[in-house]
Design a protein around this ligand. Structure first.
Ligand SMILES: Cc1cc2nc3c(=O)[nH]c(=O)nc-3n(C[C@H](O)[C@H](O)[C@H](O)COP(=O)(O)O)c2cc1C
Length: 345
């Protein structure tokens, strides 16, 4: 294990950010690693069998990869507010011909089972989001040779992670697509400049930092590296790449001028996430409770049906602020071009 450089020596300081729910695929991870970067598989929402199968395919081609997991981080939920939200969503479900279950569903995203599998089949790096594990879980991963990265959105979260003995931090700025990595699931990301946030965490915590969030090209990567990041993770820039498993309606929406901006909303999952503003957000953004994962389970049939029907107005169109720069090209080309532009300065 390399405690000072958790990702090892990287020819290209660019990572494929983990993107659960379809976009991250073994092919995407391999393409980015083979272009000289580093790839993350998304363990979130996956079953243990699916995670095992994906790790197997990546491991056969590269060791420049990691696995990302959601740390369970539940908060008390008001059942009446949840039921009122479920009621408000009935017309959305009816429009797509599906039913929704108004009873709140809770789970830990198979945290224990996935962690056990990763201890039995160690991977080079495990990154964590939504919260922090126990120090004993970090130590167990270290004992099998796995480096551990914790995702943080503030210097305070970085200091809490450092106390657990993690090897590095993924510092996610507020422009990031998808869920905020914040440890308080009810807190919206603070509107701080991403490079300034990296600087504060680098100075205040002293662990290696991978920066992420709002990257729209080489200039943004350069600013994050100059702020002290060892490497930069890109998510949105890869969503339209050939190897990504992004739903067709999501892919098209990213390039559709009808979608004019991104907003942070918790109406799809009960946890703040940045997405293209669409009809579902307009109708429900103000009413949704902060109740993850109950709201995730509640809206899932609607989102699945919307994806199948290619209805972008009822789909969670996760996107970072750099979405206009997401191109439909092979991921390896995207990473190589960014790296070449970085080298030119
Ligand atoms: C579709 C999508 C899914 C995501 N899923 C995850 C995830 O499973 N785990 C995680 O730590 N971050 C997840 N993120 C956040 C990314 O890892 C990363 O922080 C973000 O994409 C960086 O910002 P950018 O999209 O502006 O490049 C997701 C982002 C997107 C766009």
């Amino acid at each position: 294990m390399t405690r000072n450089r958790p990702l090892g020596a990287l020819p290209v300081p660019i990572l494929a950010a983990p993107m659960a729910g379809g976009p991250s695929t073994p092919e995407l991870v391999i393409a980015v690693a083979e272009a000289g970067g580093f790839g993350f598989l998304a363990g979130g929402y996956a079953t243990v069998d699916s995670l095992a199968e994906q790790v197997g395919r990546v491991r056969a081609r590269t060791d420049r990869f990691g696995v990302n997991l959601f740390v369970p981080n539940r908060r008390p939920m008001d059942a009446d507010t949840f039921r009122a939200y479920a009621e408000a969503l009935v017309p959305e479900a009816e429009a797509l011909g599906v039913g929704i279950d108004p009873e709140p569903v809770d789970d830990d995203d198979l945290w224990t089972a996935k962690l056990e599998w990763l201890l039995d089949h160690p991977v080079p790096v495990v990154s964590l989001t939504f919260g922090l594990p126990d120090a004993a879980e970090v130590a167990a991963l270290h004992a099998v040779g796995t480096a551990v990265l914790a995702s943080v959105t503030t210097p305070e979260e970085g200091r809490s992670a450092a106390e657990l003995g993690v090897d590095g931090l993924v510092v996610q700025g507020p422009g990031a697509g998808g869920h905020s990595a914040g440890h308080d699931p009810r807190r919206l990301p603070s509107p701080v400049d991403g490079a300034e946030l990296v600087r504060r965490v680098v100075d205040g915590v002293g662990l290696p930092v991978i920066a992420a969030g709002g990257v729209d090209g080489p200039g943004a990567i350069r600013a994050l590296l100059d702020a002290g990041a060892e490497a930069v993770a890109i998510g949105t820039l890869l969503l339209r790449s050939e190897e990504a498993g992004t739903a067709p309606a999501h892919r098209r929406a990213l390039a559709d001028p009808r979608f004019e901006e991104t907003v942070v909303t918790h109406c799809f999952t009960g946890r703040p996430a940045r997405a293209l503003r669409n009809g579902f957000i307009e109708r429900h953004g103000a009413q949704a409770p902060f109740a993850y994962p109950a709201v995730h389970h509640l809206t899932r049939p609607i989102r699945r049906a919307a994806a199948a029907a290619e209805d972008p107005e009822r789909l969670h169109l996760w996107a970072g602020t750099g979405y206009r720069s997401a191109e439909e090209r092979p991921a390896g080309e995207i990473v190589r071009d960014l790296a070449a532009a970085l080298r030119r300065g």
